[in-house]
Design a protein around this ligand. Sequence first.
Ligand code: FPP
Length: 251
Amino acid sequence: MEKRNIPRHIGIIMDGNGRWAEMRGLPRFEGHKRGVGRVTEIVEAVKGIGVEALSLYAFSIENWLRPEEEVSVIMALLEGTLKKEFLNFMKEGIRFRTIGNREKLPENIRTVIEIAEEGTRDNRNFTLQCALSYGGRDEIIRAVRKAVGVNTKPEDITEESIAGLLDTAGTPDPDLVIRTSGEQRLSNFLLWQSAYSEFYFTNTLWPDFTKAELMEAIHEYQMRSRRFGKVDGARNLFVENSFGIPTKWSD
Ligand code: FPP
């Protein structure tokens, strides 16, 4: 893998835990438990190659509609993992932050999150951004409401102003978004932020996603040319005079 052109920020839609468990005749929570194990390995791996931020889609706003028992298991796994990993975050200089609609989270989870965010706020080596109770549309609505709340004039609404009011403010947009388990859609993940992201879809279920496959995804990302809507290598035929006014087509 090339050392240059490492994505600064990777987003992962960790999908397929339930199917992984069902295929083995296990309860769905076993898939989620195994999924948490993958998180640790993948965080280590991306951090080790110089990626600056990783966003993980851990719980979507739509996931509140899942059976109460499954929701409780996911919340308990999150709480346990945060408590267990906190010292590791400090040792490794990892800043932990969550994005998503906090109001819907149970109080104990909110408290644990706030402690982890506050405690790791000044860590600079890496950002682990966990999307929890998160929906991209919900995030955009909350951002617009904040803008309206401070009586922003319509002409002051810009890409930058909206970006600065999103939960992700301060984190660069994801360069690469990975989704496991064969589904090829965004499912409300980082809608605004992934406008120019590269996508990598794999049939591998999240509990089976390894460091080797992560490297494959990054390698594929490096092979793609990222043009941001521009044309690579084309000569601009349009010539402007010193006032920036178009004057003629050059030959
Ligand atoms: C998708 O699989 C996975 C989830 C909804 C939960 C993922 C959460 C974790 C792995 C815990 C995260 C923990 C930390 C510390 C970030 P699915 O249940 O939708 O699978 P299916 O599509 O096969 O049913």
